[in-house]
Design a protein around this ligand. Sequence first.
Ligand SMILES: O=C(O)[C@@H](CO)OP(=O)(O)O
Ligand SMILES: [Mg+2]
Length: 399
Amino acid sequence: MTQISSISLRRVLDSRGNPTVEADVLTESGGFGRAAAPSGASTGEYEAIELPPKEAIANAREHAVPRLVDTVYAGDQRAVDGALRAADGTENFSEIGANSAVAISMAAAKAAADVLGAPLYQHLGGAFRGENFPVPLGNVIGGGEHAKDATDIQEFLAAPVGAPSVSEAVFANAKVHGAAGDILDERGIGAGKGDEGAWAPPVSDAEAFEIMDEAVSRVSEEVGFEIKFGLDVAASEMYDEGAYQYSDGEKSPDEQIEYIAELVEEYDLAYVEDPLDENDYEAFAELTEQVGDQTLICGDDLFVTNVSRLQDGIDQGAANSILIKPNQIGSLSDTVDAIELAVRNGYETIISHRSGETEDTTIAHLAVATDAGFIKTGTVAGERTAKLNELIRIAEDAV
Ligand SMILES: O=C(O)[C@@H](CO)OP(=O)(O)O
Ligand SMILES: [Mg+2]
């Protein structure tokens, strides 16, 4: 029933106005799935390779499509992803492109769910999936590679850890975004928005901390539950010549560890992603040792959703959580392998969008299917709210 009968690939727009790969998968019984690849700006050095979409599509048509059509069952996700790996023949999808691979992988899962008449989260999670819903981490203020002339730290993220439901959490994050906008106004600071819809004000990181702190406490008081905040430092982007380059000077790796540990204390941060360079497992381990019992130290560029990099981190005690981005590794099976390895070792999982996104909502389903503790997918902007609104629908459907 789920045997793949055709695959179409096309270029569509992403939220930055760049082309990306979209895949349609059809099965012999009429099942249909459509998915599109997202795209990063602050990409990790060890990510699977995104090819220019035209090239990715041409190569996937030549190598992958013939291996899948009339042969592989969309319901057998491991077979779909195994065929993609075999068609590509490299470690990092540099032949067919991780963008083509992940689009086909996700579209096949959706086609299978369609045939089975089950929502995607149910198909991926199975009968015994957990009962929890992820806490949404929402980007409220940001800079780094996502906006010029804004903060050095890439993302200041609202974390509504005390929210009684997914929908209350989602609305609270949007309110924090609104409150941060009000505070910027009150301070006479004009701000545009970055790639993910977060405010991108021309302020120092120190001022952004003040604004975030004020915004989460205003909204927390209004909604009556605890809202903390966290960061994506995206430190690899500022690491150069052995030091972290901030607008107001540089910090050595030891100073960076001390600075982040102080921020965790001062602001009671719920979450700190990529506080250190992607090659410095040792520094990650040191910071985790210092503050890992108070906060999540998360590896994004450090782990790139890759089981062997995650295993290295587990062996060394580097970080206590992992960011999960299907396009960093190129297939849903590889993604789920990373999630399972993390869970077996007590690492929290955070399913994440990319800064370049589409209306695709697969990550909302993946987060629920795998019982992830968190999902990072913005606060406002259509390609972000697509996931958040899907999460609200899933929560309603799954009761
Ligand atoms: O660093 C990140 O976590 C992501 C998403 O916020 O950014 P990008 O997609 O640019 O890598
Ligand atoms: Mg990141």
